[in-house]
Design a protein around this ligand. Structure first.
Ligand code: UDP
Length: 327
């Protein structure tokens, strides 16, 4: 299949691109390189472009006879989405509408869109099934939900098929250590703890120790980025024009902040200094996927279910690339 991958130079996108290519798909990356890394993808297959430029998207689709789209390109900092929502609505919602309208103009019939468990807001039930109410608590979550709604309306009216995998906590790195997570700024727990192990940071702050969980810290479902890639491959191959697939992508197993830190200590052999601090606004106590829906819809389940294993792959990347792609 000829696939256009927006955000293919980013963290999850770059891992998916590699898998798609290894399975024989003809892949083109469309990325504005604002947060993506040229080094994370094949420069000969990279189109530097922005989603706010619809004619450029259409040109890319026509030039390469694109048949399907994988759409990763989005802004993803929850805190920033609160202080600068305009930036998030414009890039995540307007940008995606441009992409969908380019698909209509070029006759591209299917898309896999990166959605998120942040669309559920504070869960009433854990593990979370796909039919759980979606009440986001951040502008970021609302932008992703708005796109899910647009996808459904575009499917019904124009016949575009879509899969909307809702990621839990994307983590880890390619098992050969060649590509991995490199965010600037970095806000995610595992890379920050590994920065402490590398001596780049003095300590990790634990955001809240009074949650109603066994050790008082938040529980998350850390899903390996290579498992996300296999789910996307299954989704793009399965979904047909006019169809909809909405699935959670998680392991079904949660780990607390303290458990993640312990796993990092075991993997790195370093003692991690922690500082207990207040809760971070907008953090639900527990977010864990019910993974049954993805098994039913895609025949997919996570292969990496141990957080220690996921941390080990992240550590291989961080140790080899202490400054990320900057060398
Ligand atoms: N967290 C923390 N200290 C940090 C960063 C994150 O205690 O410096 C906690 C955060 O409150 C959450 C969990 O680690 O409970 C995972 O956070 P992350 O930002 O990695 O992902 P999120 O769940 O926000 O998508």
């Amino acid at each position: 299949m000829k696939i256009l991958v927006t955000g293919g130079a980013g963290y999850v996108g770059s891992h998916c691109v590699r898998l798609l290519k290894s399975k024989g798909h003809d892949v083109w990356v469309y990325d504005n390189l604002l947060y993506g890394h040229r080094e994370a993808t094949d420069p000969a297959r990279l189109i530097v472009g922005d989603l706010l430029d619809q004619p450029a998207i259409e040109k890319a689709m026509r030039d390469h006879a694109i048949e399907a789209v994988m759409h990763f390109a989005a802004l993803c900092y929850v805190g920033e989405s609160v202080t600068d929502p305009a930036k998030y609505y414009r890039n995540n919602v307007v940008g995606t509408l441009n992409l969908l309208d380019a698909m209509r103009a070029c006759g591209v019939g299917k898309i896999v869109f990166s959605s998120t468990c942040a669309t559920y807001g504070v869960p009433q039930q854990v593990p979370i099934p796909e039919d759980h109410p979606q009440n986001p608590i951040s502008p970021y979550g609302f932008t992703k939900l708005a796109v899910e709604k647009a996808l459904e309306d575009y499917r019904a009216a124009y016949g575009i098929g879509y899969a909307a995998p809702r990621y839990f906590n994307a983590s880890g790195a390619s098992l050969d250590g060649s590509i991995g997570e490199d965010h600037d700024p970095e806000t995610h727990l595992i890379p920050l703890v590994l920065d402490v192990a590398l001596g780049k940071r003095d300590h990790i702050s634990i955001f809240g120790t009074d949650y109603p969980t066994p050790d008082g810290t938040c529980i998350r479902d850390y899903i390996h980025v290579e498992d996300l890639a296999t789910a996307h491959l299954a989704a793009i191959e399965k979904v047909q024009p006019g169809e909809a697939i909405r699935v959670n992508l998680g392991t079904g197993v949660g780990a607390s902040v303290r458990q993640v830190i312990t796993a990092c200590e075991e993997v790195t052999g370093k003692k991690i200094k922690t500082v207990e601090g207040p809760r971070r606004a907008g953090d639900p106590p527990e977010l864990v996927a019910n993974p049954q829906g993805a098994l039913d819809a895609l025949g997919w389940r996570a292969q990496h279910t141990s957080v220690k294993e996921t941390v080990a792959s992240a550590w291989a990347w961080h140790k080899a690339h202490p400054n990320g792609y900057a060398g």
